[in-house]
Ligand binder design. Structure first.
Ligand code: 8YV
Length: 314
């Protein structure tokens, strides 16, 4: 029955998913509780499923208050905000919205790359502010024919590569190993990739092992004309070192969708004209979010039906 199928929602998700979940199951919203601790003490024992966003995850502390929980269903693909060692130990399954956001995220990666190199934001302001009437626009940087270096060649990295090949770009990548069947140039390490690329695009999953991996040592080997694009996670980049590199002409610019401490974007980045900033929206299209909702719902429903979980990881 509905009452013993209980879901805890950690953070807001799209309304259509909230509506569907609420119609089928009992849904508690942690983010609406004034006193989360008291709330967890009251309902924690009833919760069987946690639904949360990929970028927000769920803390140890909350999971500890849920003795019956058997599934964490992520609205997203990044698992860095969930302690997978702990969920494994507790025998809690984790599902992600695999596959459905690949294209949207790859689209935004190319958007950031083009917006940065072709100065789309500057051009827009130039027209709106009437400056075109009195002067000529500045020259920008060509994208077609350049080298793109993709760090992290999973589904998203490969979708970016396919788009880049449409721009006649030369494609290089780094991943743990060369990927069988991929006809792009594999670089054995990040620094070689960074050194060889006109555009370095970060598409790797994040975790403790690659925290702030893109640091000053990486920026220092990048060509001065190179751009950094990040649609993965802010934690992969040493943001202070990035700001320093951008301020001092160590690299040409950056296109960023993700940050170390969202939604706080450092004033140092905001002050720079050679960066394009987006508010973590790579999967935020009507089409993608609808598919993500469907995947989350399917996994929660499967769990309660004691059926195999379609998108389980680990
Ligand atoms: C979303 C994401 O921003 O998939 C991820 O890991 O970061 C994004 O798709 C987020 O999970 C939901 O708002």
């Amino acid at each position: 029955t509905k009452t013993n199928q209980t879901v805890l929602l950690i953070a807001p998700v799209v309304d259509s998913l909230l509506d569907r979940l609420s119609t089928a199951f009992t849904v508690h919203r942690l983010y609406e509780q004034a006193d989360a601790e008291a709330f967890l003490q009251r309902v924690g024992a009833d919760i069987q499923v946690v639904v949360t966003r990929g970028d927000i995850g769920v803390t140890h502390h909350v999971l500890e208050a849920l003795p019956q929980v058997g599934l964490v269903a992520l609205f997203g693909v990044g698992t860095d905000a969930v302690d997978l060692n702990y969920t494994r130990k507790r025998n809690i399954a984790v599902t992600i919205t695999s596959g459905v956001l690949t294209q949207g995220v790859a689209d935004l990666a190319m958007g950031l790359l083009l917006a940065g190199a072709r100065q789309l934001c500057q051009g827009d302001r130039f027209v709106r502010e009437g400056r075109w009437l009195i002067s000529a626009p500045a020259l920008a940087t060509q994208v077609s024919g350049k080298r793109i270096g993709i760090f992290g060649m999973g589904n998203i990295g490969q979708a970016i590569a396919r788009r880049a090949s449409g721009f006649d770009m030369e494609i290089l990548y780094n991943d743990r190993q060369p990927i069988v069947g991929l006809d792009y140039h594999w670089c054995a390490d990040l620094h070689t990739l960074a050194h060889e690329s006109d555009f370095l695009v970060i598409a790797a999953s994040a975790g403790a092992a690659n925290h702030k991996l893109i640091d000053a040592s990486v920026f220092n080997v990048m060509p001065k004309h190179a751009w950094l694009i990040n649609i993965a996670r802010g934690s992969l980049v040493d943001e202070t070192a990035l700001i320093h590199a951008l301020q001092n002409g160590v690299i040409a610019g950056a296109g960023l969708d993700v940050y170390e401490d969202e939604p706080n974007v450092p004033a140092g980045l905001i002050a720079l004209d050679n960066v394009v900033l987006q508010p973590h929206v790579a999967s935020a299209t009507h089409e993608t979010r609808q598919k993500m909702s469907d995947v989350v719902y399917a996994n929660v429903a499967a769990y309660f039906a004691q059926a195999p979980l379609p998108n389980v990881i680990a």
